[in-house]
Design a protein around this ligand. Structure first.
Ligand code: MF3
Ligand code: CO
Length: 267
C-alpha cells in the first residue's frame, strides 16, 4: 500500500529518521580499526533504546540482528560479526528504528583509515548519486526519474554497476511500503510522485559488475565479482519544489571528520 503522510506525520517521521542519524553519528565518533561490527550492533541497539526507539530490523522476516553491516564486497544485509574491521575496509551501516509508531531507516558507508583511491571514488560517487536521485523526488515527477538520475551518474558516467535485485521503498508505519524505488530506470516512467509521500532512497552501487548473489545464510548479498559495493540511504519526503530530507548526513559527516581513524579525503 502507498500512503501519503499528513504534515504532522512528516514531523514525527523526521524524529524517527533523526534518531537513526544520531545513532550513526555515534558510530562515526567511535569507529576505528579493530572494532567489530557486533560492537557496532550493540552500540546502535543501546543508543536507540536509550532514546525511546524500538529496534525494527531485529526479527524482520527473521533477520537476526539490529543492524546490517556490509563490508567491502557485501552489498547489503550483512550480518554483524566478530571479525575486526581493518584499515582500508569500507563498511555500510544500515539501521532502523520505530519511534512513536513511525519508521526511520537509513544507511551510511564509512571508510576505515587509508583506502585505495578507487574505493574512495566509489564512496563519493555513490553518495553524490543519492543526492541526484533525491533532487527528483518532487511532486508530479515519476519514480523512474529518481532511478534514471542515479543510474546516469553511476553506471553511465562512471561505469559502475547498479544493483537491480534490491530497491528503495516507501516508509511509514511499515518498514517497507509501496512504491518500490529502483536505482535504475527510464525518465518519465512509473508512478507519479505525490506530495508527502515518504521514500527511503538507497543506491547500492558496485565497482564492477551489477550482478550479485545471496549467501548461504539467506541474507548476505555480495557482488559476483568480489569487488566492493557502497550503500547510502536517506529518508526523503516528496514536496512540490524541493524534496525534504528527513535524515541528516551533516552530523554524521562532522563526527566522521573529527575521527582520525576514518577517511574523509574525498570531502
Ligand atoms: N534498509 C534496508 C532495506 O530497506 C533494511 C533491511 S532490514 C532487514 O532493505 F531487517 F531486512 F535487514
Ligand atoms: Co531501506
Amino acid at each position: 500500500m502507498m500512503y501519503t503522510k499528513t504534515e504532522e506525520q512528516v514531523v514525527l517521521m523526521k524524529e524517527a529518521a533523526m534518531l537513526v542519524s544520531k545513532t550513526l553519528t555515534e558510530v562515526a565518533t567511535v569507529l576505528k580499526p579493530g572494532m567489530t561490527t557486533l560492537d557496532i550492533d550493540k552500540l546502535c541497539m543501546e543508543f536507540a533504546k536509550d532514546h525511546k526507539g524500538t529496534l525494527s530490523f531485529y526479527n524482520y522476516h527473521g533477520y537476526p540482528h539490529n543492524i546490517c553491516a556490509s563490508v567491502n564486497d557485501v552489498v547489503v544485509h550483512g550480518f554483524p560479526n566478530k571479525s575486526p574491521l581493518k584499515e582500508g575496509d569500507i563498511v555500510s551501516i544500515d539501521f532502523g528504528v520505530i519511534l512513536n509508531g513511525w519508521h526511520g531507516d537509513h544507511a551510511y558507508t564509512f571508510i576505515i583509515g587509508e583506502a585505495n583511491a578507487d574505493a574512495i571514488d566509489l564512496v563519493r560517487i555513490t553518495k553524490e548519486s543519492l543526492y541526484m536521485g533525491i533532487e527528483k523526488a518532487i511532486a508530479n515527477n515519476r519514480i523512474g526519474d529518481i532511478g534514471y538520475a542515479i543510474q546516469e551518474h553511476t553506471e553511465k558516467k562512471h561505469g559502475y554497476g547498479v544493483v537491480r535485485e534490491l530497491v528503495g521503498h516507501g516508509l511509514g508505519k511499515h518498514l517497507h511500503e509501496d512504491p518500490q524505488v529502483p536505482n535504475y530506470g527510464k525518465r518519465g516512467t512509473g508512478l507519479k510522485l505525490k506530495e508527502n509521500l515518504v521514500l527511503a532512497i538507497e543506491p547500492m552501487i558496485n565497482m564492477g559488475t551489477h550482478k550479485v548473489f545471496t549467501d548461504e545464510d539467506g541474507w548476505t548479498v555480495k557482488t559476483q565479482d568480489g569487488k566492493p559495493s557502497v550503500h547510502f540511504e536517506h529518508d526523503v519526503c516528496v514536496k512540490k519544489n524541493e524534496a525534504l530530507i528527513l535524515s541528516d548526513f551533516s552530523i554524521i559527516e562532522a563526527a566522521e571528520k573529527a575521527n582520525i581513524n576514518l577517511n574523509t579525503s574525498y570531502y
